[in-house]
Design a protein around this ligand. Sequence first.
Ligand code: PNS
Length: 171
Amino acid sequence: MPKRTRRIVIYPGSFDPVTNGHLDIVRRAARLFDHVVVAVSDNSLKKPLFTLNERRDLLRLSLKAEIRRGHVSVDVFSGLLVRYALKKGASAVVRGLRAISDFEYEFQMALMNRRQESRVETVFLMPDEKYTYLSSTLLKDILRLGGDVGGFVPPALVPIIRKKIAANRLP
Ligand code: PNS
């Protein structure tokens, strides 16, 4: 039988920081593709709380088992996503769709990416319902205000995020 090419998918995002919703998407994508490259974007339009390398490291910490098994890797990228996808030998980009409100932005991005590079498809996956209202922005806000984020982020990350928020608090 001819050898099938390895199907690689890119999961791009800001991941500032990674949440259990993102991890849920990575694991779903890993069941459909041979390898998932979680790619942290150096998006100069945004002002993230964590540096690019910190966001990458938080993802690596959260996905240790999957990385060890070779199903997942975590990388950083800058420039056009579709160019990066081709460079990595990926046939697709995966994005999570939480609610109708995500749809317009995601639809626009997917079609714009296709216009740039038709060889790279976009696939959308829905996270578990319990993550449909979760976002990195809300997570940071809840932590900043001393709320409970149990179940929204891997427990090992909570003190790291808390510390970063405290260090960034205005005097
Ligand atoms: O988690 P986010 O912030 O919604 O992710 C957005 C991201 C990183 C996927 C998007 O901004 C992106 O692809 N940036 C890379 C630059 C690029 O290709 N821009 C054109 C997208 S149509």
